[in-house]
Design a protein around this ligand. Sequence first.
Ligand code: HEM
Length: 295
Amino acid sequence: MSHYTLVSKKSMAAQDDPILENPELASAMREGTKVVHRAAESSVFTKKFLKGDITKDEYGQYISSLYFIYSTMERLLRSHKNHPVLQNICFPTELEREQALLNDLEFYYGKERLPELTSPLSMTPAVKAYVQSLEAACSVDPLLLVAHSYSRYLGDLSGGQILARRLKKHVLNLEKDDASWDSEDGLHFYQFNNIGNHNQFKTLYRERLDTLQVNSRTKAMIVAEAIRSFELNIAVFDEIQAISDAKQLKPTMITDDVTKPTVSTWLANPLYVASAGIAVASVGLIAYQRYVRNA
Ligand code: HEM
């Protein structure tokens, strides 16, 4: 008899709580987290992010925090990938963010700083509390990971995509008309390359939530854990703001006043135009010497 069969038999017998025929978990989670979602949207950090007012160092702190959260959540989800119920909402290929976060950390801080940034010693108190809550929830019932997966991944595929546009425009100083607008540099976290249409995927995810085999007690626990997950996120946002206010952010490699040269900034700068002119003239001269004079 498998570990999962043993656990589910034991809990069924103990609770005498039948599996719900139509658990409607997706709408229960959406309704249950409505108030706390609004609180998350109105935290100082998210409001600043939404206005395009965050700095590169604040964003760097954000992804440094997310690294520990996602690596823990994804390790736990992977370790229960054969769980008969949980496996229905496990989409490692489509959703996992750990590698994307590592790529972005490298972009903002440089490769040499990765060991320091990803060392558990770098975990701040709110991040540590989040990670411990993930572990604790999973040991109570791996199905509580549904709540954490829901709040982070559906959030990344919803409001997260709005934040990604703010990041491009106000933090990375990219312009919609630039070829670099579609670049993935520093933006891997928000790019889900193995998902076609985001809305279709969110619909599929919600359909899966609605068919999870849970009893009413587990359903209530998952909704409560989703609310808890939002609260843990808010605590992380507040912590980033507090670190920033205390001027204790680790500096990223890219300073805030450095803008990526765009086509318009190149054309507006006579030095760039002159350099481009010299480069074109030199290439022309070499070509002339090589082909015309030798003809
Ligand atoms: C400025 C911040 C935020 C904005 C503007 C925002 C915006 C949105 C929007 C517009 C939707 C609806 C998308 C849809 O129906 O397809 C949504 C859904 C969602 N958001 Fe946020 N959000 C923000 C912050 C957050 C945070 C911090 C979290 C959690 C960590 C989060 C988690 C979710 C979840 C789980 C959903 C899916 C709700 C459902 O359909 O059940 N959001 N968000």
